[in-house]
Write a protein that binds this ligand. Structure first.
Ligand SMILES: Cc1cc2nc3c(=O)[nH]c(=O)nc-3n(C[C@H](O)[C@H](O)[C@H](O)COP(=O)(O)O)c2cc1C
Length: 193
């Protein structure tokens, strides 16, 4: 079930490199795209960097609204993830990708951004404008203002990937719509002092 994630644990949601769905909304228009490239850059305040190509409709709405959301899709959403990452919402006059693909959403608790139903984790972020970086690269930074996760797979600030919760595992893009899922966890140990 969906539970709040403490903001100081939010970076752990993307620490292992999951593919995310980036959702945006501005002035009555909303959009969704896939992004394989995201990473935490600070624990507190929790900040995340995402590569969002400047040519995308997502970039346009993100820059105009100053906010965006990330949703972490599960294996059942692989087709959806590939599809929303292979077309632009800019081309859908009078409609959007949510309608076209029958994507159910609910409102994020702080910014009201569209969170995608059936994912395993969700974050809302306020855009941190970095003019120089954004001009030179497609990387955008955001501060996490709310985060939730499905407690069948993320609880007490930790992912728990097991065979019995495989339906809630994250997707990791290999290219051309192929994704890997975390099939096995290897626990490292420390030397005793
Ligand atoms: C699995 C997957 C991962 C992707 N990762 C990224 C990414 O990290 N950054 C990016 O800018 N585009 C990425 N893309 C491409 C965008 O999702 C794509 O350009 C999308 O059509 C943009 O949609 P929009 O114009 O409606 O915003 C990815 C596509 C797929 C299918």
């Amino acid at each position: 079930m969906r539970q709040d994630v403490a903001l100081h644990h939010a970076s752990r949601l993307v620490n292992h490199g999951p593919t995310v769905l980036v959702t945006t909304e501005n002035d009555g228009r909303r959009n969704i795209m896939a992004a394989a490239w995201s990473m935490p850059v600070e624990f507190t305040p929790p900040r995340i960097a995402v590569v969002v190509d400047k040519k995308t409709f997502t970039s346009e709405l993100l820059q105009a609204s100053g906010r965006f959301a990330l949703c972490l899709p599960v294996p059942a959403l692989a087709d959806l993830t590939y599809r929303v990452g292979s077309e632009s919402g800019r081309d859908l006059q009078g409609s959007d990708k949510f309608v076209r693909h029958g994507i159910g959403t609910f409102a994020g608790p702080v910014l009201g951004l569209p969170w995608v139903e059936g994912c395993c984790a969700w974050l809302e972020l306020r855009h941190i404008p970095e003019a120089h970086t954004e001009q030179a690269y497609d990387t955008v930074f955001g501060e996490v203002v709310s985060a939730q996760a499905d407690d069948r797979v993320f609880a007490n600030g930790r992912w728990s990937f097991r065979a019995d919760n495989a339906a809630w595992h994250t997707l990791h893009h290999l290219g051309a719509g192929a994704f890997a899922v975390p099939s096995r966890v290897v626990q490292g140990t420390l030397l005793r002092p």
